[in-house]
Design a protein around this ligand. Structure first.
Ligand SMILES: [Zn+2]
Length: 324
């Protein structure tokens, strides 16, 4: 799908409750392209990307960049290096977070303000925008007015936030971008009213903060989970941990600002007996899994043998044939 003169979107259907609709991979530039995010390390993403490149473009990926380290954005970096010989470009502080997902060569680290010039007027500027994760970056094509936000701003839902203070500064910065026309999010549809959406995110965070302060008013000391249940009584159970994380990030910021006080919790230390049991269980699980693998391999070999040599064991007395 064409987004602007220099940008195409490859939208891959997704069934994760955190990512309704689809996950997006973007291609920037003609000729050799810049890929922004490359999806999870599963066939579907590679297939879509390769299919798209083969069917509608005569380009390959020259640079595979990511918006942050989360595995649904960075799963195919090694693959992009192997298949296209792409240079891999990552946020400056992402390397330790990307263990096992980086190729051994050809990895460049991006800094704030750096420009990836893909030729023909396609110039993507790197903006360091922490908040959703410590290493989140956005890419901005000012001439096209296209901003790539990864999970910093999503197409149809609000995002999870790791550091709320940083996140609010990020939103304020993005709101200042000149010529902003469209936001290309990591998940969900394009955002065609970017300023309104950024402002609504800012308003949303302010509203959540008021709700949290409201939940605490006259309620004594509550846990983040109790507050989350008050704020989101009907939330999908699978999303509760994410919602609790959002509440906690607000609580952390409120505490830093001295607007609430925290009573330290007591971490759970499992008893020695329980730890021993867990080790034992893990061993048993591993044994079962390895047995299952062996059986599976045997079955596969037996299947192959059977199709090469049809079984003879079905006859007690096989049919006989003679001349008429
Ligand atoms: Zn993410």
């Amino acid at each position: 799908m064409k987004v602007s003169p220099h940008v195409r979107a490859v939208q891959v259907p997704d069934d994760n409750p955190m990512h309704p609709q689809f996950t997006n991979i973007y291609l920037v530039g003609d000729g050799q392209s810049l890929a922004i995010d490359s999806g999870e390390a599963i066939e579907r993403y590679r297939w879509m990307l390769r299919g798209y490149l083969a069917a509608t473009e005569r380009t390959e990926i020259a640079i595979a960049a990511i918006t942050h380290h989360h595995s649904d954005h960075s799963g195919n970096l090694k693959w992009a290096r192997e298949v296209f010989g792409a240079e891999v470009a990552i946020p400056g502080n992402a390397r330790p977070l990307l263990k096992g997902r980086l190729p051994s060569r050809g990895v460049a680290r991006l800094a704030d303000g750096q420009v990836l010039d893909m030729g023909g007027g396609a110039r993507a500027q790197v903006l360091v925008t922490p908040g959703h994760s410590v290493d989140s970056v956005c890419y901005y094509l000012e001439d096209d007015g296209v901003l790539f936000t990864g999970d910093t701003l999503l197409g149809s839902t609000t995002t999870t936030v790791n550091d709320l203070g940083a996140y609010r500064r990020t939103l304020a910065r993005l709101l200042q971008l000149p010529n902003l026309k469209v936001i290309c999010p990591g998940h969900g549809p394009l955002v065609n009213d970017p300023r309104e959406r950024l402002q609504s995110y800012i308003d949303h965070r302010n509203m959540r903060e008021r709700q949290i302060l409201g939940a605490l008013a006259g309620a004594g000391a509550l846990t983040s989970w109790e507050i989350m249940l008050k704020l989101y009584p009907d939330i999908d159970r699978r999303l509760r941990f994410a919602a609790d994380g959002n509440v906690r990030s607000h609580l952390k910021q409120l505490e830093e600002e001295g607007r609430i006080k925290a009573h330290p919790g007591t971490p759970r230390h499992p008893s020695a007996a329980k730890q021993r049991r867990e080790v034992e269980h893990a061993k048993v699980r591993e044994r079962i899994i390895s047995q299952a693998r062996k059986l599976e391999a045997e079955q596969r070999r037996a299947g192959l043998r059977a199709q090469e040599n049809p079984p003879a064991g079905q006859w007690k007395e096989p049919p006989r044939f003679e001349l008429t």
